[in-house]
Design a protein around this ligand. Structure first.
Ligand SMILES: [Zn+2]
Length: 438
């Protein structure tokens, strides 16, 4: 499905947008975080001040009793891919498709010295990352004036993909160099977030209605008109989420038309860019420390880490290397932090759907007895992403999750484990703890 919309802007700046949620191909990648001003280290705590320092209002962590743990650094660093509400900005398939195309984006970006992530974002926004020219003759980056065409409908080969990508990169650089207001220094290594936002705004069209909308949100309409454009900023925060705030966040759906409410874009170009470039952040789940609670909803901690009466061998004491959590058969099991899946398959004692993840926070985790799993070895997962469902496979006396934390990563059943509750996992409200695990 795609939504077509055009904007009210001067004739030469018309852009036609094809926003598609279509997904393409598969793979996995490492995304190097973009350096942002003097911020060399990701902030450890996520609050409005820190986010403001980054000039990225991606998340609203205010209204909480204490600052929430914050992860920044993009997919490779295990964070930065969630919106303010904790929803993933990019799907796994989109992340994989972008990584598969990354070498081409980078080659074109190098030629004109812009961040390669900007090209990936435009490709996603215009044709859903497809390597197929659509039927309108405008190519995969939707050059409305046919720049570099003709673009007959059909698949593009590697050489044509690179040729169109270089044209897109030049077009983006041209917008950055055009005679617009401040924040226009756009280079691969030295771009400010505002310069990126403003270039996306120009790429799409500098409609005055969007500058007015930005002003209504408290931004300077002369220098921050981009803050009003759904193509740029949609769903950057709750105030601009069409679902959360349907009556005050709109977009232009016909040439020279009025703003219509609500905007129908889920994520604008800069929101996606922030996820790719590692300059956005994400709040920890409610009550969580280093780790997100690994079940979508659970009721009870049925067994602590450490020595216990062995349920499979009554009368004997055994060491229990993880935490048992009960949510009911089929409850979604969630990645406790971002990272890379290192194991996904049968392990003796834990059933056919054992999953282990190596995290970028220095720990590993594993998930035992699952009824099903939805990840493969090599997948990059985001904090809280579903990886399977609760079950009772392997050595188990009832449906539950057996959750392990490792000091480095999973190294087999005999490898070292640490107590999850002593290493960044916090019991959320509503989960009972009859054995007083701590
Ligand atoms: Zn267990």
């Amino acid at each position: 499905m795609s939504t077509r919309l055009t904007l009210t802007i001067p004739k030469l700046l018309y852009r036609t947008l094809l926003i598609s949620l279509a997904v393409v191909s598969t793979w996995s990648i490492t995304v190097a975080p973009l350096k942002v001003s003097a911020q060399e280290e990701p902030p450890e705590q996520c609050d409005e001040r820190v986010l403001k320092d980054l000039q990225v209002a991606m998340i609203n962590c205010s209204g909480e009793s204490a600052p929430k743990p914050c992860t920044t650094g993009g997919p490779a660093a295990g964070g930065g891919t969630l919106d303010y509400a904790g929803n993933p900005i990019l799907t796994q398939a989109q992340t994989e498709a972008i990584a598969q195309n990354q070498a081409v984006y980078q080659e074109a970006a190098k030629q004109v010295d812009i961040p390669w992530q900007m090209i990936a974002v435009i490709h996603l926004q215009e044709t859903g990352l497809k390597l197929v020219n659509p039927g309108n003759g405008q190519g995969i980056y939707q050059f409305v004036n046919g720049n570099g065409g003709p673009y007959p409908a059909g698949p593009v080969n590697d050489a044509e993909f690179l040729r169109q990508t270089v044209l897109a990169a030049q077009f983006i650089k041209g917008k950055a160099n055009a005679n617009y207001p401040p924040n226009r220094t756009l280079t691969a290594a030295g771009s400010t977030p505002d310069a990126v936002k403003d270039t996306f705004y120009s790429y799409n069209g500098r409609a005055p209605q969007y500058a007015q909308q930005a002003a209504s949100k408290g931004f300077d309409p002369n220098t921050q008109g981009f803050e009003g454009s759904p193509y740029v900023m949609t769903k950057a925060d709750a105030a601009r989420d069409p679902a959360a705030n349907p009556t005050s966040w709109g977009q232009i759906k016909r040439d020279f038309g009025p703003l219509e409410y609500p905007a129908n874009s889920t994520y604008g170009a800069f929101v996606i860019y922030g996820a790719l470039a590692g300059i956005s952040g994400t709040c920890g789940a409610a009550g969580a420390g280093t780790f997100v609670w690994p079940e979508a909803h659970s009721t009870t901690i049925s067994s602590c880490f450490g020595e216990r009466n062995d349920p499979l061998n009554p009368g004997r004491i055994s060491n229990h290397p993880g935490l048992d959590i009960v949510g009911g058969a089929g409850t979604p099991i969630l990645a406790a932090a971002g990272g890379t899946v290192t194991n996904a398959g049968p392990v003796s004692g834990y059933g056919n759907n054992f999953v282990a993840i190596k995290h970028n926070n220095g720990f590993g985790t594993s998930y035992g007895h699952m009824e099903s799993m939805s990840v493969r070895v090599g997948d990059i997962v985001t904090p809280g992403q579903q990886i399977g469902t609760e079950g009772t496979q392997g050595g188990s006396t009832g449906s539950h999750l057996h959750f392990n934390v490792f000091p480095d990563e999973y190294k087999g059943s005999d490898g070292p484990n640490v107590d999850p509750l002593q290493n960044g996992l916090t019991i959320p409200p509503g989960v009972t703890n009859p054995n007083n695990c701590n």
